[in-house]
Write a protein that binds this ligand. Structure first.
Ligand SMILES: *Cc1c(COP(=O)(O)O)cnc(C)c1O
Length: 366
């Protein structure tokens, strides 16, 4: 078997990014490896992050946490989207911490029978109005938390990539109030965590005991406009996507290309066919992204299909079928970046890397 496309994951970049972020934060770091480590591969990335100095791992789902345990990972793990009715006993047995956002959930988790008490982090809503305790917070009392061990309290920023945005200060103030409520019940040694990547880079006052970094650990900027790109942040993008040209052919001017004939060749040219499409996470909406070969960018022409897209290589291109081309990478050599693809698709770099599908093999560079 030979690959038509590959995502090359640089684990030394993950280690270096984690070390840099942890040094900047000056507190413990939770490496966020949900959604298959933002498409980079759950287990290899988690191990690299721990080697880089991460103290904790954060995931959305219980099954992600259990996969890590089965792979031999012993570091503390928090799973924050474990639905009602889950097998909470397996979480307890595997030493997996669970986030809890309601009294009902506290009672459900607390009712798990076993020799160990369930470990929970209370998620509080400080202004994002997504998960977390809001009005119920005022009703919590000692008997609700009897069955559990409270390890931490956390919240999540809605606008931390917008420096100077008043909502950030409001969320921080609210977080402090909610922490104080918990402390007034006698819990003084709990882990307080609030910052995501953007806050870790912009807002040292929100670091508390631990930061939770996702995107920056993968070497990508939380927001190129407000924080600058990877290079400016001294982060190293960990994923490089490459594909093998399936076909190169000469075409005359004036031919309609692809579904809907949305574009027509403007001159005699060479077209390249890339065997990746929206079935692999290449956004169908992408305009003005493409491939990089031999020092030159070649843009997409026509619509992206499910398994393939066409690029205009230009009449003088020396590319041949079978040549490997870059889809995106660090950008340092002139290739497109995940940021370029994000702006080409009206999206964010998070979505570009996370949606690279399971058909694309990940190759790991140590
Ligand atoms: C995804 C997520 C993070 C990481 O966010 P980044 O912007 O990628 O750093 C942190 N905390 C929670 C609760 C999350 O869901």
């Amino acid at each position: 078997m030979t690959n038509r496309a590959e995502a090359i994951i640089d684990l030394s970049a993950i280690r270096a990014n984690v070390a840099l972020l942890k040094a900047r934060a000056g507190v413990d770091l939770m490496a966020v490896v949900k959604a298959d480590a933002y498409g980079h591969g759950l287990v290899p990335v988690a191990k690299a992050a721990l080697e880089g100095g991460a103290n904790w791992l954060g995931v959305a789902l219980l099954e992600e946490a259990i996969t890590l345990r089965k792979a031999g990972v012993t570091a503390p793990i928090l799973a924050w989207l474990v639905p009602p009715g889950s097998d909470f006993k397996s979480a307890v047995d595997s030493d997996i911490d669970i986030a809890v956002s309601s009294i009902k959930a506290l009672e459900e988790v607390g009712a798990v029978a076993g020799s160990k008490r369930p470990r929970v982090h209370l998620e509080v809503d400080t202004g994002m109005t997504r998960g977390g305790f809001l009005s119920e917070w005022n009703q919590i009392d000692a008997h609700h938390v009897q069955g559990v061990e409270i390890i931490g309290i956390f919240s999540h920023f809605a606008r931390s990539d917008e420096p100077g945005q008043p909502q950030n200060l409001e969320q921080l103030a609210r977080f402090k109030e909610m922490v104080a409520t918990l402390e007034s019940f006698g819990y003084t040694k709990i882990i307080r965590h609030l910052s995501n990547s953007a806050a870790t880079l912009l807002d040292p006052a929100s670091a508390f005991d631990m930061v939770r970094t996702g995107i920056a650990m993968y070497g990508l900027s939380p927001d190129v406009k407000t924080l600058g790109d990877s290079k400016k942040l001294s982060l190293k993008p960990a994923m490089a996507m490459r594909a093998k040209l399936h076909l190169v052919k000469d075409v005359p001017a004036g031919l309609p290309v692809g579904y809907g004939a949305t574009e027509v060749t403007r001159a005699d040219t060479k077209l390249g066919l890339v065997a990746m499409g929206y079935g692999d996470g290449i956004p169908r909406s992408a305009r003005n992204a493409g491939i990089f070969f031999n020092g030159k960018r070649a843009p997409i022409i026509g619509r992206v299909s499910m398994d393939q897209f066409v690029v205009d290589l230009g009449a003088t291109s020396t590319a041949q079928s079978g040549d490997w081309v870059s889809i995106f990478g660090s950008g340092l050599g002139g290739e497109y970046t995940a940021d370029d693809w994000a702006s080409a698709a009206g999206s964010i770099n998070y979505e570009i890397v996370t949606r690279i599908g399971p058909r694309v093999p990940r190759l790991y560079e140590l």
